[in-house]
Write a protein that binds this ligand. Structure first.
Ligand code: SF4
Length: 379
């Protein structure tokens, strides 16, 4: 059996990102560039299920992997979806054949009803071997995230692990044109041996670690103090404003990433954000602030997955934006709108396909307590 490798992000071009390149090499003799048989498709989000359906018209069978596969239900046209590491699947395919491989515990097949788990292992030896389209070599530092914010699939769908070959990572990281790949670099146990980087810090860490790179991008998440506490990223309004001003004084441009529409969000939460922006602009001396909004989308491994959420977030954003354009529009501050309700609904439908109930996410035993903490924080 032979397979083409397709990166759903680039389809119909056959360009491969680092994940596709890794799959191509791991397939070994089973790889066939022209693909007269099946296709291994790497997908970053289940929203790409439509592309996979088009690929399935040309290739048989189609097997999906990649980050999107952690919510496998939407890929209804795929013959199978491999959750997490694909090496055991390829080994089984080559030794015992297709039926044995698709029967593995981390392989989801739509017509079946068995539970499937995620293989959290990872081929760390691939670190430093692949270039992304920006021309930079990817050095893999860690997978998953210890923080497990209440809304985030990364923390809840994978077990946290680090590249065990520390010396090799340090050596690779010192090279030119390198990207350190990690969801939260400051969590890596040998972080202090890595080159200074603005990536993957919380605002508090960026301030206390003395980060002074050109742009500091920080996931602030909730638009208010209580929402940030609820998702497990507590940062007070005062700290948010003071930390941003301090980074500006150090010469850093700051970009906040905020989630619009977390469950339980109300207009009063946005009023707090308005107050933060007022305090920032009043005390601003230099530098810039960008505020980037992303619409909340439920993800199936997380504590918030079943919580009601509404479209009001967009009205809240538009009210905030009107205020911003009427009163606060100044050249050192800019805002970026979240997705509207329609694309957000499509994304949510892809993530929350009912078949995802079959996935035995590794931290599922902890979500009831985490949800309780979230709800308590909103009271
Ligand atoms: S939002 Fe960031 S810090 Fe929180 S769990 Fe996800 S990756 Fe980790």
């Amino acid at each position: 059996m032979s397979f083409a490798v397709i990166d759903a992000t680039y389809w119909p071009s056959l360009q491969l990102g680092p994940a596709g390149q890794m799959i191509r090499d791991a397939l070994g003799d089973m790889y066939e560039r022209d693909g007269r048989g099946g296709a291994m498709v790497t997908s970053v989000h289940p929203l790409q299920a439509g592309k996979v359906a088009r690929i399935a018209k040309k290739y048989t069978p189609v097997i999906v992997g990649g980050p999107g596969a952690l919510s496998p239900g939407a890929y209804e046209s795929a013959a199978a979806v491999v959750l997490g590491d694909y090496r055991a699947f390829f080994a089984e395919l080559s030794k015992r054949g297709y039926d044995a491989a698709t029967n593995l515990s981390n392989v989801f097949v739509h017509s079946e009803s068995r539970g499937v788990s995620i293989d959290s292992s990872f081929d760390w030896s691939a670190s430093g071997r692949y270039r992304a389209e920006d021309g930079k070599v990817q050095v893999f530092c860690s997978r998953g995230c210890k923080r497990r914010c209440a809304f985030c699939q990364t923390g809840w769908a994978l077990n946290y692990s680090e590249n065990p070959d520390v010396d090799s990572v340090i050596l690779q990281a010192a090279g030119a044109k390198v990207t350190l790949v990690s969801n939260a670099l400051s969590q890596v146990s040998y972080f202090d041996r890595l080159p200074a980087s603005a990536a993957s810090h919380t605002l508090r860490e960026a301030v206390s670690l003395g980060v002074s790179s050109a742009t500091v991008r920080v996931g602030i998440e909730g638009v208010s103090q209580r929402l940030r506490k609820a998702v497990q990223k507590p940062i007070s309004n005062q700290e948010l404003v003071d930390g941003t001003l301090l980074l500006n004084r150090r010469g850093c441009q700051v970009r906040w990433f905020l989630i619009a529409g977390l469950p339980g969000e109300v207009w009063e939460d946005w009023l707090e954000l308005t107050d933060c922006v007022k305090a920032y602009t009043t005390n601003h001396a230099r530098g810039t602030l960008q505020i980037s909004f992303t619409a909340y989308v439920p993800e199936p491994s997380t504590p918030l997955k079943g919580q009601p959420y509404s479209e009001e977030y967009f009205e809240h954003y538009e009210r905030f934006a009107r205020w911003y354009f009427d009163y606060a529009r100044i050249n050192h501050l800019s805002i970026f709108r979240p997705q509207g309700p329609k694309p957000r609904a499509a994304k949510a439908a892809a993530q929350m396909h009912p078949s995802n109930d079959r996935v035995l996410y590794p931290h599922r035993g902890k979500i009831v307590r985490a949800l309780g903490l979230y709800q308590d924080s909103l009271r």
